[in-house]
Design a binder for this molecule. Structure first.
Ligand code: HEC
Ligand code: HEC
Length: 273
């Protein structure tokens, strides 16, 4: 018996999301789920806002893992700027989506032609709408606003600097589209991800602690409080505990449009490396 019974650290795991077989399997599962999406928009003759929204959901479930939320994660391809390797017709894009590109890493997606049409509509809508804010913003000024006037670091951290109270934003540009970043800042209540929801506990001594839910089990709950401290509570001793509204303030009117564009372009630049 050697004393070294600790298993060796697992190394050599796939680190790029693009090639991870695990991710690929998730993607296939997502594709299967897509086929069963409600057929509500099936009768739509034209690509309405609902159809584009449908396309967005398929894109988020199936495509964004490889192409990225803004569609620019594969070299030479940038959906948000309408940049393809060559000009495709809608029919060609439809075929690429359903059949993939044989001999490349672009897989077929088993969706009906009508559903692929909605994804195409979504891709086209991306290049007409997105990128406006980031394109006019200056990420260097944005970082200064983030650290200074915006006081974003009182709640968020980027690359180890700032507070752990709110979600870490170090790679937020890889996870969210520009329009989503902008919405988070001007309209934080509009959409809060389940894992980002705020949690509030009231102890039997009457102390109220609000923060980010880190973990909970049947008996205890762990919260990062607004001072950034990890607090653990015994549920049986709490007067109240549960989710509450986000403490993220709206910056509508507090940042002018140029400042907003600057902050958004800074956030969009924070990517996985
Ligand atoms: C497993 C990763 C992966 C998934 C999932 C994926 N793609 Fe791709 N896609 C690629 C790669 C890699 C290429 C480039 C292939 C090549 O080398 O020509 C590509 C190419 C494309 C192209 C051609 C772009 C051009 O300029 O030639 C389009 C359009 C496209 N993908 C759309 C989609 C859509 C829409 C979805 C979701 C329904 C999707 N892809 C899902 C990896 C993926
Ligand atoms: C008082 C604390 C606080 C301040 C100040 C604050 N935020 Fe937030 N922020 C939060 C919390 C909590 C969340 C998570 C809940 C939510 O999504 O609203 C959040 C969410 C976000 C998200 C969405 C994250 C995601 O995963 O989608 C972005 C982007 C963001 N904040 C950017 C900013 C920027 C930029 C500033 C400064 C201009 C800022 N925040 C200031 C607390 C704060």
């Amino acid at each position: 018996m050697t004393p070294r019974s600790i298993p060796p650290a697992r190394t050599g795991r796939h680190t790029t999301a693009r090639r991870s077989p695990h991710r690929a399997r998730l993607t296939l599962a997502a594709a299967a789920a897509v086929i069963m999406l409600p057929a509500a928009a099936l009768l739509a003759q034209h690509q309405s806002a609902g159809a584009i929204e449908d396309g967005r959901q398929v894109y988020g479930a199936v495509c964004s893992g490889c192409h990225g939320p803004d569609g620019d994660q594969i070299d030479g391809i940038d959906f948000a700027h309408g940049q393809f390797r060559r000009a495709y017709s809608d029919a060609e894009l439809n075929q690429i989506i359903r059949l993939g590109i044989p001999g490349t890493a672009m897989p077929p997606t088993p969706v009906a032609e009508s559903q692929a049409e909605r994804v195409v509509a979504y891709l086209r809508s991306l290049s007409s709408s997105a990128g406006a804010a980031a394109a006019t913003g200056n990420p260097v000024r944005g970082q200064a606003l983030f650290d200074g006037k915006g006081a974003c670091t009182t709640c968020h951290a980027v690359n180890g600097r700032g507070s752990p109270v709110a979600p870490d934003l170090s790679t937020i540009g890889s996870a969210r589209r520009v329009v989503e970043l902008e919405r988070s800042i001007v309209d934080p209540l509009a959409e809060v991800l389940p894992q980002n929801r705020s949690y509030r506990v009231v102890t039997d001594g009457g102390e109220t602690v609000t923060g980010r839910l880190l973990n909970q089990d049947t008996f205890t709950v762990q919260v990062i409080d607004s001072g950034g401290e990890l607090r653990s509570f015994d549920k049986a001793t709490l007067r109240e505990h549960g989710f509450t509204d986000t403490p993220m303030p709206s910056f509508r009117g507090r940042l002018d449009p140029q400042e907003l564009a600057d902050v958004v372009s800074y956030l969009a630049s924070l990517r996985r490396r």
